[in-house]
Write a protein that binds this ligand. Structure first.
Ligand code: HEC
Ligand code: HEC
Length: 401
């Protein structure tokens, strides 16, 4: 923490300091005789969308280098609220020290799917469905907090421990608690870095004329405005955990399931709209999640643009820095596979808050908190409901992409 702080202080108050810092970091990262230093990729989709000049892209890269360091040498300033010792365990090339303690955990276990930058563009990503998560927009699905809030540290730890069943995201239960903890911290680091990058790229848009197209390189702006707005949301997560009422005790399970069923088909919760009359997930299935939606919408924008030079550049970025968009099918609820965890509590969170980044909406606000438990009970009964309601012509698998 301390070394990061002093490095940043050097840079925050002037451009030349900033360059000196980069020099320092590069020397540190190159080291003696190690493999070539890894670098973070710039968010080219956002940069091109915001029509940044190459000088502006370079400024963002320089600022990010000073604020966050490199994949081999992470830096974190106190306002980021991250633990640098944990980051060091997860960062860097894969190696172990003299005591056999490993670092480079992220690149060993996660990078080939999530990418060194956490942009979801690792070498295996294009072959997977769903695609590995791009952490940079700071959106996470399976958590105990309200829809728009960040996950808690424990939420990330749980995901790493359990993996995400039904997807390629594996369980890391064989790693030690210390290692999982470090990896969860590193996910936060990549996410805070990525979201700060997006904020910086959008900030060019709001510059005054006298700024001549450059972002101010003051601590007040870079830390006070850009970083803090992102980091504070992570720090607030622990206080944003959903309050869950007791499961109603005055109703037996059969009656509770019947009540849940009524709600499922009713027009308030309207689960049937997407999950289908059979619960097979064969309702409305032509929607995209937020990550894919960005690419779909932007491709349309590019196709309709008159500026041929920009269109050529944007098409190049779409081909190299984005994956082919895919729709997201609603879950087949007859299979009993719940990506966010199969405890009744996990299902409660999912239904209460919906799934952030996915079309699945929050039921909170339309369904009373206690009634959500009845829906949970109904959902949990579905894999065992063999009353023949499905009809002979319905396949037992959801139609997807
Ligand atoms: C084989 C590919 C693969 C590997 C390896 C992998 N993941 Fe994932 N990960 C995925 C996929 C796919 C998803 C998206 C699942 C979804 O959206 O339902 C995901 C999602 C996530 C999420 C988002 C969870 C949420 O609530 O939204 C986190 C955090 C995550 N992975 C962290 C990691 C970390 C840390 C590692 C290494 C220790 C890792 N992953 C290794 C494929 C992988
Ligand atoms: C607008 C469409 C839509 C509506 C309405 C909807 N869902 Fe979903 N639901 C989805 C999608 C899409 C997914 C898959 C999200 C993903 O894979 O990230 C999903 C996933 C789920 C899951 C799986 C959670 C997990 O951990 O894997 C459950 C359970 C679920 N929905 C229950 C419900 C219930 C109960 C309702 C009504 C209160 C409902 N859904 C309403 C679209 C919808």
């Amino acid at each position: 923490m301390r070394s990061g702080t002093s490095r940043f202080r050097l840079s925050a108050f002037g451009g030349s300091g900033m360059l000196a810092v980069c020099g320092l970091l590069l020397v540190a990262a190159t080291g003696c005789g190690r493999t070539s230093p890894a670098s973070f990729r710039l968010n080219m989709v956002e940069a091109t969308k915001q029509r940044l000049t190459s000088a502006q892209e370079q400024q963002v890269a320089t600022i990010l280098l000073a604020m966050f360091g490199t994949p081999d040498e992470p830096v974190c300033i106190p306002e980021a609220g991250l633990d640098e010792a944990k980051l060091r365990l997860a960062a860097g090339p894969v190696r172990s020290d003299i005591a056999g303690r490993k670092n480079g955990l992220y690149r060993e276990h996660c990078g080939h799917c999530h990418g060194v930058t956490g942009d979801g563009l690792g070498p295996t990503a294009a072959f997977l469905n769903p695609y590995p998560r791009d952490y940079r927009p700071g959106v996470f699905k399976f958590k105990s907090t309200e829809r728009a809030d960040k996950p808690t540290h424990d939420d990330l730890v749980r995901i790493l421990h359990n993996g995400i069943v039904g997807t390629s995201m594996p369980s890391f239960a064989l790693l030690s608690d210390l290692e999982i903890d470090a990896l969860a911290e590193y996910v936060k680091y990549l996410s805070i870095r990525g979201e700060t990058e997006i904020e910086l790229m959008r900030a060019f848009f709001e510059l005054d004329e006298e700024d001549v197209g450059k972002l101010p390189e003051t601590r007040e702006f870079l830390v006070g405005e850009m970083l803090t707005s992102v980091a504070e949301k992570w720090q607030a997560a622990a206080d944003a955990v959903i309050a869950v009422p007791e499961m109603p005790g005055d109703i037996d399970l059969v009656a509770s399931i019947a009540k849940g069923k009524e709600l499922f088909y009713g027009d308030k919760a309207n689960c049937v709209k997407c999950h289908g009359v059979t619960g097979l997930g064969d309702g409305q299935a032509n929607d995209y999640d937020d990550w894919n939606k960005v690419i779909v919408q932007w491709s349309q924008e590019v196709a309709g643009d008159q500026d041929a030079a920009w269109v050529a550049r944007a098409s190049h970025v779409l081909a190299g820095d984005a994956l082919r968009p895919r729709t997201i099918p609603p879950r087949n609820l007859r299979q009993g596979l719940y990506r966010g965890g199969r405890r009744p509590l996990d299902l409660y969170y999912r239904i209460h808050a919906g799934i952030n980044g996915a079309p699945m909406p929050a039921a909170a606000g339309t369904v009373a908190p206690e009634d959500i438990w009845h829906i949970v009970n109904y959902i949990r009964s579905l894999p065992y409901d063999l009353d023949g309601e499905l009809g002979a012509d319905r396949p037992m698998i959801a139609k997807g992409d």
